[in-house]
Design a protein around this ligand. Structure first.
Ligand code: ZN
Length: 319
């Protein structure tokens, strides 16, 4: 009997542990969502319409131009993390702002309940994981979350067409431009500029989410010579226990992480990863959040400046 009791206590304790890292930063946002759910009329949210007036930034610093990518090196001159600090997502530290854009299209719409459930099950555990891993690398990280949708806020976030579910096709849609238009801005850059004026010292993470199955992706790669790149993720509401893992994986991409599996990297990189970074979330998903952000990915997103040994291997090359 004592053993059974001890076991139960242990399980309860473990449950408490997992739920607490998930929700400690979430209370405020959670009550905000609950309020939206129970309020009949929804006030217009923070973003005013700018199309007619033109966006004039009143707060915040003017946007400085970005380092112009020459196709080879990151902005610190390292050839080993080619996607680092290229677009708007540059510092995965501090209190970046996650902007959730729940998009409808001609074949899928979001209900209030689905938005809340995606937020709870897909987004919050992912942010909790990133926060936990940042701590392991001695990096302070927390998040602020903003959420826009037709169902819960006074905007009509709707793609006029059928959003492709294949990443190669979907990336051509440049959905963030459509979302910016729906929020009243004449370009994604203006939307970003506005968000940055509200949160001058924080990075902005745009996640556009569709309520259907598909292959999620991050638009992270900047064109050579182009310095106004609004990075963003497109996520699909997969019926998968790895939904939140995908969200964490895609957010890491925005900040410079590379895929470590053969399909998107090379066979050689995958082989090295299996030995050196077996728990890395850019390579695989392990149940119970046993994944980690291991040394290469931590370097790729700027959590450490120490260049991991694998970078010096002939076979460790990203296209
Ligand atoms: Zn990936």
């Amino acid at each position: 009997m004592k053993k059974v009791l001890a076991c139960l206590l242990c399980i309860l304790f473990l449950f408490q542990m997992t739920s607490c890292y998930r929700y400690d930063f979430y209370d405020e946002y959670y009550s905000y969502l609950q309020n939206l759910m129970t309020t009949e009329t929804v006030e217009e949210t923070a973003i005013p319409y700018f199309v007619e007036t033109g966006a004039i930034l009143e707060k915040g610093k003017p946007l400085s131009p970005y380092y112009i990518y020459d196709g080879n090196y990151d902005s610190d001159g390292s050839p080993y993390r080619p996607s680092y600090r290229q677009g708007i997502c540059r510092n995965l530290k501090g209190k970046p702002v996650v902007v959730l854009l729940f998009a409808d299209d001609e074949e899928s719409v979001w209900t209030k309940e689905e938005i809340v459930s995606f937020t709870n099950e897909g987004v919050m555990p992912a942010l909790g994981f990133l926060k936990r891993e940042a701590e392991r690398w001695n990096v302070e990280l927390d998040f602020q979350v903003e959420s826009y949708s037709s169902a819960l806020t006074g905007y009509n976030l709707s793609y006029a067409g059928i959003m492709p579910t294949n990443a190669n096709e979907a990336i051509k849609v440049k959905i963030i431009e459509h979302m910016a238009g729906d929020l009243g801005f004449n370009s994604a850059w203006n939307l970003y500029s506005y968000m940055q004026s509200q949160y001058p010292t924080q990075d902005i993470i745009f996640l556009t989410v569709f309520n259907k199955e598909g292959r999620s992706f991050a638009s992270q790669l900047i064109s050579v010579g182009y310095n106004r790149h609004v990075e963003y993720c497109v996520l699909y509401n997969e019926d998968s226990r790895y939904l939140a893992y995908t969200v964490a994986h895609e957010i890491l991409h925005l900040f410079g992480a590379e895929d470590l599996y053969a399909e998107n990297a090379t066979e050689e990189i995958e082989e090295i990863t299996k030995k050196e970074f077996p728990n890395d979330i850019m390579w695989t998903y392990l149940d119970h959040w046993e994944n980690q952000v291991e040394a290469f990915t931590a370097y790729a997103v700027g959590w450490t400046s120490e260049i991991p040994d694998v970078c010096y291997l002939e076979e460790w090359r990203f296209d």
